[in-house]
Design a protein around this ligand. Structure first.
Ligand SMILES: [Zn+2]
Length: 315
């Protein structure tokens, strides 16, 4: 299934048009802005990327990306209606405007030569809310990575659970967390990339359950909204309390990486991991390989994979 449609190419616009930054209000050449992967050349503000743009940024050959469950679509369990539209009618609108079937694209590809399973969530689709399909596709991707003994990268963003699916939406938190627990127990690497905004049920489940958590500069990261927290604790939060930088200072995020350096950083993390000899065909073969192969680090190299997880990576 093609992920780079005509709409993605058209959105880049003809050369010579201007882009106005929604952070600083300054104008920059659209082409310059696009060349910088939608980072404002004046103030460094990181504009949101669509899932196809993110895949193009990260993968060595985006066209070779093999999708997992690309046509999985949701049902209408609550017969939900809002603004005179049924839930399927709302979905149809977002499908048309985004060119996506659901809010997440998942699959297998290569990043800096390392084969990975990758899931990318797209904020354009219903605020990247987590419904049953988002949860199911994330779970299927975790399971595919586990079966193939591959590292997993999830580029997260979300406004939270999808109210149109009620309890089924909340259940995705438990389902994805359970799948990641099995993945973790299998000794495999999961890198979470938190982009703007990563909030609510996604923060409280799979986005935070990684071995390494990387965030983009200025990304809003948190659980619930600032106003609600202030009402409950009856005090003002620091101005940057829900920023990637604040989360890094307080141990919830391991690294904050500018977008231009993100692929290189992920590549280095993946190569550190694969360089330790972890992704072999099965746990039995891994044990055998560790005992017979000579590596610069000696026979202890394989167990070191688990020890390399930063303490801040687990929530
Ligand atoms: Zn700007």
């Amino acid at each position: 299934m093609k992920i780079f449609g005509r709409r993605d190419r058209e959105r880049r616009g003809p050369e010579g048009l201007w882009h106005t930054c929604r952070e600083c209000g300054e104008m920059a050449y659209e082409r310059e802005f696009e060349m910088a992967h939608k980072v404002c050349p004046k103030c460094g503000f990181h504009e949101r990327l669509s899932a196809p743009e993110r895949i193009a940024l990260l993968l060595d050959d985006p066209e070779a990306f093999v999708q997992i469950a690309p046509r999985l679509a949701t049902t209408d369990p609550l017969k939900f209606e809002r603004d005179g539209l049924t839930y399927p009618e709302h979905l149809a609108r977002y499908q048309q405007s985004s060119g996506l079937i659901e809010a997440v694209i998942c699959g297998k590809g290569r990043l800096d030569g390392a084969e990975i399973c990758l899931a990318v969530i797209d904020f354009r689709f219903l605020g990247a809310s987590m419904g049953a399909v988002v949860g199911e596709k994330i779970t299927l991707t975790v399971e595919a990575a586990m079966e193939a003994r591959l590292p997993l990268v999830i580029v997260n963003c979300s406004g939270g659970a999808r109210m149109q699916e009620g309890m089924l939406s909340l259940m995705q938190m438990a389902k994805t967390s359970a799948a990641l627990r099995r993945f973790h127990d299998a000794g495999l690497l999961y890198i979470s990339v938190m982009t703007d905004p990563t909030l609510a049920g996604v923060t409280a489940s799979f986005a935070s359950l990684a071995d390494v958590i990387v965030a983009e500069p200025g990304a809003t990261i948190g659980f619930t909204g600032r106003r609600l927290i202030e009402q409950i604790v009856k005090q003002k939060l620091p101005e940057d309390a829900q920023s990637a930088e604040f989360m890094q200072e307080h141990g919830m995020v391991d690294l904050v990486s500018p977008r231009r350096a993100l692929k290189d950083l992920l590549g280095r993390l993946l190569n550190l991991y694969t360089g330790a000899g972890a992704p072999v065909d099965s746990p039995a073969e891994e044990a055998e390989a560790a005992s017979v192969e000579e590596s610069p680090e000696g026979p202890e190299a394989a167990p070191k994979v688990d020890e390399s997880q930063p303490a801040g990576g687990q929530v």
